[in-house]
Design a protein around this ligand. Structure first.
Ligand code: PAF
Length: 283
């Protein structure tokens, strides 16, 4: 496995692979890898000839009061883990190479960035779309894979790829959960043992919502009222949003008649956790 820090070197490697007719897969990450990331790497390993994992804590997607400085980092461990699942190249650029002084170009995806995390993290998806577009230009992948835990992120990237005619297959990968069903996230390390117990309410709430639908409930308001009860907001638990929306456009749905996305963002202590589930109603 090779570690490439230079943007130009990465582009040269990608050009060589392309000239040799090799299929390139990109797994974009911000490092501090967990089983969720490794699943993404394994999933593309047998679909591509060359697998690149990018590790870059992207400053433009963090708000001024967010956790950019304290975001967990462990490059050595990330390297070993990536190698163990057959990654060919880790691309780990420096912020100053990705955003040199004078930088002024951003990718703005509009409607699908409005709701959910777009409401509480202004500018976040502009940063995500920009860095992912840059990574696509540098790594020149044929395919890129993203976890469905960041459902809105995946939606935004699919939209960008379609709108900007990027010839890249975008693969979504199901949420990977810990032994206790907490959705895997690099931010889970922030949780104390007690907070972790409370964090499990997110997945319980998602399951409860599907349970209500199975019993015949269709009204989003009633489902969301029950979701809020299960989340038990109070000391240490604050609901940022709990919304039921169309899985494609992310517009709010007042009823669940077919498929709907239930998306949650909840602060447990100072840690903001997200989770989601596609709800299905059989008529
Ligand atoms: O999901 C992430 O880790 C990041 O948002 C991504 C896609 C690597 C862009 O920085």
């Amino acid at each position: 496995m090779r570690i490439i820090n230079s943007v130009v070197e990465m582009q040269q490697q990608a050009d060589r692979w392309r000239a040799e007719g090799k299929k390139i897969a990109l797994v974009p990450t911000m490092g501090y890898l967990h089983e969720g990331h490794l699943s993404l790497m394994r999933a593309v390993r047998n679909r591509a000839d060359a697998v690149v994992a990018s590790i870059f804590v992207n400053p433009t997607q963090f708000g001024p009061n967010e956790d950019l400085e304290r975001y967990p980092r462990d490059f050595e461990r990330d390297g070993k883990l990536s190698e163990s699942v057959g990654v060919d190249v880790i691309f780990a650029p420096q912020p100053a190479d990705m955003y040199p002084s004078g930088y002024q170009t951003y990718v703005e995806v509009t409607d699908v960035t409005g709701p959910l995390c777009g409401g509480s993290r202004p500018g976040h998806f502009r940063g995500v779309a920009t860095v992912v577009a840059k990574l696509f230009n540098i790594v020149e992948p044929h395919m890129a894979i993203f976890g469905e835990k960041d459902y809105q992120q995946l939606t935004v990237i699919r939209r960008m790829v379609a709108d900007l005619n990027m010839n890249i297959e975008i693969i979504g990968y199901p949420i990977v959960r810990e032994h206790d069903d907490l959705a895997m996230s690099s931010r889970n390390v922030y949780l104390s043992a007690e907070q972790r117990g409370k964090a499990l309410r997110l997945n319980l709430a998602l399951k409860e919502a599907q349970g209500l639908i199975d019993k015949g409930e269709r009204q989003s308001d009633s489902i969301l009222a029950r979701v809020r009860e299960v989340l038990q907001p109070g000391e240490d638990v604050r609901i940022d949003y709990a919304q039921i929306c169309r899985p494609d456009t992310l517009e709010d749905l007042t009823r669940v008649d077919d498929r709907a996305l239930l998306a949650l963002a909840v602060y447990v202590g100072a840690t903001r956790l997200i989770d989601n589930r596609i709800l299905t109603a059989r008529s």
